[in-house]
Design a protein around this ligand. Structure first.
Ligand code: NAP
Length: 303
């Protein structure tokens, strides 16, 4: 287990994204504000159309911002752009200090397929479309959703770097990458964020997180609640939650916040009550003993 190089901070200390955007560390993932179903895996989820209850999704987004959320994560591929449109409908004109992060580089030929496409011209076109849908002149954080092995990493990152030079992108991020790919990207342009799958029971990307920490790069763990499993009553964190009189989701998120000061979890929810509960993790700082006990947990969660 690689938890030695963490930098410990209080759960609600802000993080300076890209060196110039100070934000509170628990954000909101919006992949579920669609027709997402099932377990969130590509086979089980659609994420293909706007939610049927758009008013509820809009209320949830507004409520997140009202509760101090400063990082909203979306992608051009979520509901084929309708997720970005929904965010603009709910939140534009954006409050000062709110970062809307999007992703490009995945094509959706059907409801169940996600195909990486890293042609630099395509990436640029997609950022232009995201700018229109989000009603922005510059997007604070654009992440490459997946690297496409058909194109050099430097060319894919380079497409976003060109847009940064043109003032259309403020910061560049990447998603589901290895340490070697991060190094390749860093050789091409400054990287402000890495978004990889990571949570208490899935620490495959510990090395990427550690490298991001060393570089001062934000690490956005996706599936921070293991697609909801860590929030269940039978969660492996339930005992500690009971001891602390908090909820399992708060313990799972507090563990991430304690893991390193550059970790910005983006839990997804469709429920204002769950949103509020998750944001409660800001007030929870785990002591050393509980942090180490939690760090010893691993493996799949029994449902
Ligand atoms: N870069 C990538 O390739 C990638 C891939 C996947 C996801 N993402 C990003 O990561 C974000 C988070 O992922 P995710 O939403 O799939 O997974 P998650 O945050 O691990 O879990 C979300 C699930 O947990 C449930 N939940 C949330 N809070 C809860 C609580 N307090 N109590 C009980 N259940 C709770 C939600 O249901 P309710 O609606 O009932 O609350 C939802 O089913 C996405 O929204 C997206 O922005 C990125």
């Amino acid at each position: 287990m690689t938890t030695s190089r963490r930098t410990t901070t209080a759960s609600d200390s802000p993080f300076l994204l890209g060196g110039d955007l100070e934000i509170r560390r628990i954000g909101l993932g919006t992949m579920r504000l669609t027709d997402a179903t099932g377990d969130g895996t590509h086979a089980g989820a659609q994420i293909w159309r706007a939610p049927t209850e758009a008013d509820d999704a809009i209320a949830l987004l507004r409520s997140a911002v009202d509760r101090g959320v400063q990082l909203i994560d979306t992608a051009d591929a979520y509901a084929l752009g309708q997720s970005e449109e929904l965010i603009a409908r709910a939140l534009h004109p954006y409050r000062d200090g709110l970062v809307v992060a999007t992703k490009v580089g995945n094509v959706r030929p059907s409801a169940t397929e996600w195909v990486p496409l890293g042609h630099p011209a395509y990436l640029k076109q997609q950022v232009e479309l995201s700018l229109r849908r989000l009603r922005l002149e510059r997007i604070d954080l654009v992440q490459l959703h997946r690297l496409d092995p058909a194109y050099p990493v430097a060319d894919q990152v380079g497409a976003l770097a060109d847009l940064r030079d043109e003032g259309k992108v403020r910061h560049i991020g990447l998603s589901e990458i290895s340490v070697a790919q991060l190094d390749e990207a860093l050789a091409a342009a400054p990287v402000a964020a890495v978004q990889n799958r990571y949570n208490l029971v899935d620490r495959e990307h510990d090395a990427v997180l550690d490298r991001s920490t060393d570089e001062g790069i934000a690490f956005l763990p996706f599936f921070p609640l293991a697609i909801g499993d860590l929030a269940l009553a039978g969660s492996p964190v339930a005992d500690i939650a009971r001891e602390l009189r908090v909820t399992p989701s708060q313990v799972a998120l507090a563990w991430l916040l304690r893991r390193a000061a550059n970790v910005l979890p983006i839990p997804g929810t469709t429920s204002v009550a769950h949103l509020e509960e998750n944001l409660g993790a800001r007030a929870l700082t785990l002591d050393d003993a509980r942090f180490e006990r939690l760090s010893g947990l691993s493996g799949p969660v029994a449902r």
